[in-house]
Design a protein. Structure first.
Length: 143
């Protein structure tokens, strides 16, 4: 199934159940996106890359991402060469927490509503590795 954008149509296939960390099941480590140009310029040949799009970041939302209520982390720390972002949530909020997984080299994102009762998410980043200009996401842990 394709979703139309201004210039392109994307379809997505999740690359082999790979995950950002063996201990979580949040964002797949990469996705493979197929892209089609709606109006190819005259004289240009269309070609495709088979390279997967790696996870390049995440955003947490209060409610569905379509409502644009993205959340800023409550705490940012660095230790042992890694960076840690921590979000804290009220268990009695009327809004559910959603996770958006963002991928390099595509406009495709994956959105997932997190289970009820989640009160905290911690994302571990490796600032020594850059993915599309952002530090690599090493682990996502919510409880």
């Amino acid at each position: 199934m394709c979703k139309t954008f201004a210039v392109a149509c994307f379809s997505i296939a999740i690359a082999a159940a790979a995950f950002a960390s063996a201990s979580d099941n949040y964002c797949p480590a990469s996705v493979t996106a197929s892209q089609e140009i709606q109006n190819a310029p005259a004289g240009w040949a269309l070609s495709h890359s088979d390279l997967p799009s790696p996870l390049s970041g995440i955003t947490l939302y209060s409610g569905p991402p379509s409502e644009n209520a993205s959340l800023v982390y409550d705490k940012w720390t660095k230790r042992n060469g890694f960076a840690y972002a921590i979000w804290k949530f009220s268990r009695d909020s009327k809004y559910r927490i959603w996770l958006r997984c963002i991928y390099a080299n595509t406009t495709i994102t994956l959105d997932k509503e997190l289970p009820a009762g989640i009160s905290e998410c911690e994302v571990t980043y490796d600032p020594s590795v850059s993915v599309a200009g952002s530090p690599e996401v090493k682990k996502i842990a919510c409880k």
